[in-house]
Design a protein. Structure first.
Length: 230
């Protein structure tokens, strides 16, 4: 990977020489990403490293500052469950000389919340679970756009409050999961139901012509509910 140069300088009819060995690096490569982030079990994504320099280079891959072992080809294939998120760089190698590292390509952390369509009755406690496609991750739960104090694990137990719901009866939750210094997010819309109502009967059964009886439906949830009778 070297080019030899010699400078000959002549002074007073006497020549002297100096030589250098110029190390030639491949051009800085670029990375393209396909199918990233990987969003489903069994899925794969591909990172491709390419340099404009002629020849048949080999490559080095890095996830963060750690070299990805056993990978010397232009393509780096990652699979769901293989801790694929992070910042990736690559280097091209020609004639044992390494290029400068590519600009980093970020692969986001894939995040999912289960259940995907949570629902619960006012005052009940419902647990939601955030999962990140990573070996280890840190978590932050938000209600709307506000971080929930102390909600920093994969599971969050929500005590349902009808007062939290919007006009459509929903509460938005977001889980932010960070793995390999890269964050991903998932959101769900939590459907809040009023507490199960009870019925009380007055004047039942009706025993005389012209008599009346009353059924009263009541829920412990706050607000001014309307009712359906079946």
């Amino acid at each position: 990977g070297n080019v030899g140069f010699t400078c000959e300088a002549t002074a007073n009819s006497v020549m002297g020489t100096a030589t250098v060995s110029f190390s030639v690096k491949p051009q800085q490569p670029t990375i393209t990403a396909t199918g990233m982030p990987i969003t489903a079990s069994g899925g794969t994504g591909t990172l491709t490293c390419a340099t404009a320099s002629a020849g048949s280079p080999t490559f080095k891959w890095f996830q963060g500052s750690t070299e990805v072992s056993g990978q010397s080809g232009a393509e780096l294939i990652r699979t769901f469950g293989s801790n694929p998120s992070g910042e990736y760089t690559c280097k091209a190698i020609l004639n044992t000389v390494e290029s400068d590292a590519s600009t980093a390509t970020t692969v986001a952390t894939h995040v999912a919340i289960s259940p995907a369509s949570p629902t619960g009755a006012d005052a009940a406690t419902v647990t939601m679970t955030c999962s990140a496609d990573a070996t280890t991750a840190t978590y932050v739960w938000k209600k709307g756009s506000t971080a929930i104090s102390g909600a920093t694990t994969a599971e969050y137990a929500y005590t349902v409050a009808i007062a939290d719901a919007d006009a459509s009866g929903n509460v938005g939750f977001t889980c932010e999961a960070t793995a390999n210094s890269v964050m991903g997010t998932a959101t769900v819309s939590f459907s809040v139901k009023p507490q199960q109502p009870t019925i009380t009967a007055t004047g039942m059964p009706i025993t005389a012509s012209g008599g009346t009886g009353t059924l009263t439906c009541a829920t412990a949830s706050a607000g001014s509910p309307t009712f359906k009778w079946l």
